[in-house]
Design a protein around this ligand. Structure first.
Ligand SMILES: Nc1nc2c(ncn2[C@@H]2O[C@H](COP(=O)(O)OP(=O)(O)OP(=O)(O)O)[C@@H](O)[C@H]2O)c(=O)[nH]1
Ligand SMILES: [Mg+2]
Length: 329
C-alpha cells in the first residue's frame, strides 16, 4: 500500500486512482487549435464522398501536413482503406476511424510517471529535467512539485539551472506555490555540486522526491551537455541508481524540430520519459505521433497551459479523441 493520497492530476492514469474532474475538458480545450485544423481538413475532404484512391491520397497528404510523419500517415490511410464505409462516409464515422487509428499509433508509447510508486525502489527518488532552452522544464517541474505535495509527499527542489539568476528566481516562485523547499546557489555556481548537496540533504532528511532543474541546453553546445553528464556522475556517487527518472521536456510548438532533440538527448542522457509541453499553443499537436515513435522512452506527461493544473498524464486514447475533436470515450 502506498502512503500517499490516491488522487491528483498527473497520476490520473494509474488504475484505481481518481482523476481530477474536468481532465478531459482541459485536454480538449488545450488541443483545440490542433483539432480545429486536423478535423476540419480531414472531415471537409472525406465527408459525403466515396473513399477512392484519390480521397485516400489527399488524406495522406493532410496527415503529413499535420506533422504526423510519413510512416504513421501511411498506416492511418491503410486503416481508412480497410474500413468499409457506406457509399458516402459521414463525419462521426470519419472522426471515430481517425481517432482509433491515432490511438493505435500512440498506445505502445504511453507510460505512467509516478515517482511515489513504492514498487519503484527506495527513497529519495531523483528526477532530472532536461531539454533545450525554453522548452518548459522549469514550469513542468513546478507543476509536478505541486501535484506531489498535494498527494502528501515530501519534495525537495534543486535549482540546478545555475546559469541565469532569473532562472533561480522563477523556480523559487514555483517552489513557493507548491509549498516545497528549494535549494539554490548563486548564479554561476557549479550545477553538479548543487545536485550533490540536494541529494545528500534529501537522504539525510527523509525526502521522498528530489526534483532537479537544469539549464536549457542547445544540443550542439557540448559544454552544457558535459555539465549534464557531470550532474549524473555526481548523483551516482551518492546513489548508483540515480537519477531514477530523466524527463526530456519538448516544446510542441517547434513541430518536427522536436525530433532532433529526441535523438540527441536520447544519446546523451538516459531519458526515461518524454513530456510534451505547450500543446495548447499550437496547431501542430500531431507531432506527438512521430516524436513518440522516434523516442526510445515513452511519453508520460503533456502540458496544455501555463497554470499549475495544466499538466496531464499522457493517455493515448484521450489524446487521440481530443485531437480529432471527439468527446471523451
Ligand atoms: N501555453 C503553455 N505555455 C507553457 C507550457 N509549459 C511551459 N510554458 C511556458 O513556456 C515558457 C518557457 O517555460 P520554462 O519552464 O521557463 O522553460 P525552460 O525549459 O525552463 O527554459 P530555460 O530555463 O530557459 O531553458 C514559459 O513562459 C512557460 O510559462 C504549456 O504547457 N503551455
Ligand atoms: Mg528553466
Amino acid at each position: 500500500m502506498s502512503d500517499f493520497r490516491d488522487e491528483g492530476l498527473i497520476i490520473a492514469a494509474i488504475p484505481g486512482t481518481q482523476p481530477r474532474p474536468g481532465l478531459f475538458g482541459r485536454l480538449a480545450k488545450g488541443l483545440s487549435k490542433s483539432s480545429a485544423q486536423l478535423s476540419s481538413s480531414v472531415v471537409a475532404t472525406l465527408t459525403k464522398r466515396r473513399l477512392d484512391q484519390e480521397a485516400l491520397d489527399e488524406l495522406e497528404e493532410m496527415l503529413i501536413e499535420a506533422d504526423l510523419g510519413t510512416a504513421a500517415a501511411g498506416r492511418i490511410v491503410d486503416a481508412f482503406a480497410r474500413e468499409r464505409f457506406g457509399r458516402e462516409a459521414a463525419e462521426p464515422e470519419i472522426k471515430a476511424t481517425l481517432a482509433a487509428a491515432l490511438a493505435a499509433e500512440l498506445r505502445p508509447h504511453q507510460a505512467v510517471f509516478d515517482p511515489l510508486d513504492p514498487l519503484k525502489g527506495p527513497k529519495p527518488r531523483v528526477v532530472l529535467f532536461v531539454g533545450v532552452n525554453g522548452s518548459g522544464k522549469t514550469t513542468t517541474l513546478g507543476k509536478i512539485a505541486a501535484d506531489l505535495k498535494r498527494r502528501g509527499a515530501k519534495v525537495l527542489i534543486a535549482a540546478g539551472d545555475t546559469f541565469r539568476a532569473a532562472a533561480i528566481e522563477q523556480l523559487s516562485v514555483w517552489a513557493e506555490r507548491a509549498g516545497a523547499p528549494i535549494l539554490t546557489r548563486p548564479a554561476g555556481s557549479d550545477a553538479a555540486g548543487l545536485a550533490f548537496d540536494a541529494l545528500s540533504r534529501a537522504k539525510a532528511e527523509g525526502f521522498d522526491v528530489v526534483l532537479i532543474d537544469t539549464a536549457g541546453r542547445l544540443q550542439n553546445k557540448t559544454g552544457l551537455m558535459d555539465e549534464l553528464a557531470k550532474i549524473v556522475r555526481v548523483l551516482k556517487k551518492l546513489d548508483p541508481s540515480a537519477p531514477h527518472e530523466t524527463l526530456l521536456v519538448l516544446d510542441a510548438t517547434v513541430g518536427r524540430n522536436a525530433l532532433s532533440q529526441v535523438e540527441v538527448f536520447g544519446k546523451t542522457a538516459e531519458v526515461t520519459g518524454v513530456v510534451m509541453t505547450k500543446l495548447d499553443g499550437t496547431a501542430r499537436g500531431g507531432v506527438l505521433v512521430p516524436v513518440a515513435e522516434a523516442s526510445a522512452a515513452p511519453i508520460v506527461l503533456i502540458g496544455v497551459g501555463e497554470g499549475i493544473d495544466d499538466l496531464q498524464p499522457f493517455d493515448a486514447e484521450a489524446f487521440a479523441r481530443s485531437l480529432v475533436g471527439l468527446e471523451a470515450g
